[in-house]
Design a protein around this ligand. Structure first.
Ligand code: XMP
Length: 514
């Protein structure tokens, strides 16, 4: 357990996760807990402060989530954000009403009490991000106004003696210019945190936890070629040495050169025992003639599990299976009120394991965000190039080959994709986009090359910028890069005569095409 934390109570805002991330970026451990969490679960985290998130409800309506009694009695500093502020007001005798004007988007606030530690060393005029329909018309007892905006008399309020604060705007979103500073001030100046949530500390704690869980048992870890499973394996390797065996399955659906890179990094660089399984034929024959995306995912997920079971049996006496599950996956799958979301895709590495599986799970990244995983990866000596690789889905190229998957089509896509990656790197833009790849479309179109008519495949390029992969925007790549990539693909990849660029954001599209 961490020495200190700030816990975030989730009232259902789409930004709740972001608050946790901002606190961790500031060097303070934080977890997102449901607003009705039991106080004993909270105490185990040794909190020094509590943040109340925003949320979609109206606090004065029947059934709306309310400020838990233990928060009032805990004596801990509190920061209420948007709905969180309204919940404080409603509980402590203030007044919250439906506003005649919804305030959504940027607003300029004026700080009237700059001596408040929450606003210490910040500008008196600040651009913030508002998103609310209700507003405070009377402050709760003991509170005084700290800042106002043209539409909110109480853009910020505080009870300095009690160390309770409320912000009507969202400090966790990037559009609030001093948002990070406000969160940092709450953690350090208001709550008295000392910090220390660094990559080194994260790695140390994770290693200790793995040792406690695994003891003298044996672990297998499936490597995908992505950063998550690599960091999970590196941590387990540090923790229990050769009790770990990594299994790398070449599905025939990997990116160009990926199999060689995985084997080289793990065997020769990290010195972690690695079993490489060439199952390309197996996967491709199981996928023969299958065009439906969900059917592809199910076939591939099932094949992976069976291969891991077989390899575990061959190794003998294996008790644990390691997975690179991340904190956002855990939040999405455990928060009851978030679980109602319609299923869009089957991500086979989250919850897709058979119920009768004998192996116990080791998930060293279960409480980490992607940026923390990368920092830990660097800390453990994973090559920089590896740590910054774009995510690659478990089902691999199968979900980027629209329509049936064949060896030839996988080869075509692999080569087109490698050219796109290559050009991105040549332009120095690989790390400016969070994911970029090529997709092989199930259409052929007419072209002219030399003096000949062609009738060949079309490739789509997809590049996105995103903070959390839940929403994403298409990347505005330079013309020269797109043009160079298109012309290289058509010249160098046989069977492709057209390249298109995907300009849809997520939503309404998803990042992958299947
Ligand atoms: P979508 O396409 O849902 O993808 O917008 C969001 C992120 O998840 C990745 N993705 C997967 N990752 N197994 C994975 O490990 C999967 O089955 C899977 N499907 C999508 C996708 O590449 C993007 O980063």
């Amino acid at each position: 357990m961490p020495e200190e934390s700030i816990i975030v109570l989730d009232f259902g805002s789409q930004y709740s996760q972001l608050i946790v991330r901002r606190l961790r970026e500031a060097g303070v451990y934080s977890e997102l807990l449901p607003f009705h969490v039991d106080y004993t679960a909270v105490q185990a985290l040794r909190p020094k402060g509590v943040v109340l998130s925003g949320g979609p409800a109206s606090v004065y309506l029947p059934g709306a989530p309310q400020l838990p009694g233990w928060v009032v009695n805990s004596g801990l500093p509190v920061l209420g954000i948007c709905y969180g502020m309204q919940a404080i007001a409603h509980a402590l005798g203030g007044s919250v009403v439906a506003s005649t004007e919804r305030e959504y988007g940027p607003a300029d606030i004026t700080v009237d009490h700059p001596e408040s530690p929450l606003f210490a060393a910040l500008d008196l005029q600040q651009r913030v991000w508002m998103s609310h329909g209700d507003k405070l018309t009377r402050l709760p007892q003991g509170f005084h106004p700290i800042a106002h905006s043209p539409h909110s008399a109480y853009a910020a309020m505080g009870d300095e003696e009690r160390r309770w604060y409320g912000l009507q705007f969202h400090p966790e979103v990037v559009h609030t210019v001093h948002g990070r500073d406000l969160i940092r001030n709450f953690a350090y100046r208001v709550s008295g945190c000392v910090g220390g949530w660094t990559a080194e500390a994260i790695a140390e704690q994770a290693i200790q936890r793995i040792r406690d869980q695994v003891g003298s048992g044996r672990v297998i870890c499936g490597l995908s070629g992505g950063v998550d499973s690599a960091v999970a394996a590196a941590l387990i390797g540090k923790a229990v040495g050769d009790q770990l065996t990594c299994i790398f399955v070449d599905t025939g659906l990997l990116r160009l050169g990926e199999a060689e890179q995985v084997i080289e990094t793990f065997r020769n660089h990290l010195h972690i025992p690695l079993v490489a399984v060439n199952a390309a034929e197996d996967f491709l024959s199981a996928l023969e003639g299958v065009a439906d995306p969900e059917a592809k995912r199910k076939i591939i997920g099932e094949k992976f599990v069976r291969i891991f079971e077989r390899e575990a049996q061959a190794l003998g006496d294996v008790q644990f299976l390691a997975q690179g599950t991340l904190y956002p996956d855990v939040i999405e799958s455990t928060a009851a009120d978030r679980n109602v979301a319609a299923k869009i895709k089957t991500h086979h590495n989250v919850g897709g394991l058979p119920a009768d599986m004998q192996l116990r799970l080791v998930e060293p990244l279960r409480y980490l965000f992607k940026d923390e995983v990368r920092a830990v990866g660097l800390e453990l000596g994973l090559p920089e190039e590896w740590v910054w690789r774009h995510p690659f889905p478990g089902p691999g190229l199968a979900v980027r080959i629209l329509g049936p998957v064949t060896h030839e089509r996988a080869e075509t896509l692999r080569r087109a994709d490698a050219i796109f990656q290559d050009e991105l790197r040549r332009f120095g833009l690989y790390r400016d986009v969070q994911q970029a790849f090529a997709v092989l479309l199930p259409v052929q179109s007419v072209g002219v090359m030399g003096d000949y008519r062609t009738y060949a495949d079309a490739v789509a390029l997809r590049a996105v910028t995103t903070e959390d992969f839940m929403t994403a925007d298409w990347a505005r790549l330079p013309d020269g890069l797109l043009q160079g990539t298109a012309s290289r693909i058509i010249n160098e990849v046989q069977g492709v005569n057209r390249v298109v660029y995907d300009i849809t954001s997520k939503p309404p599209a998803t990042i992958e095409w299947e």
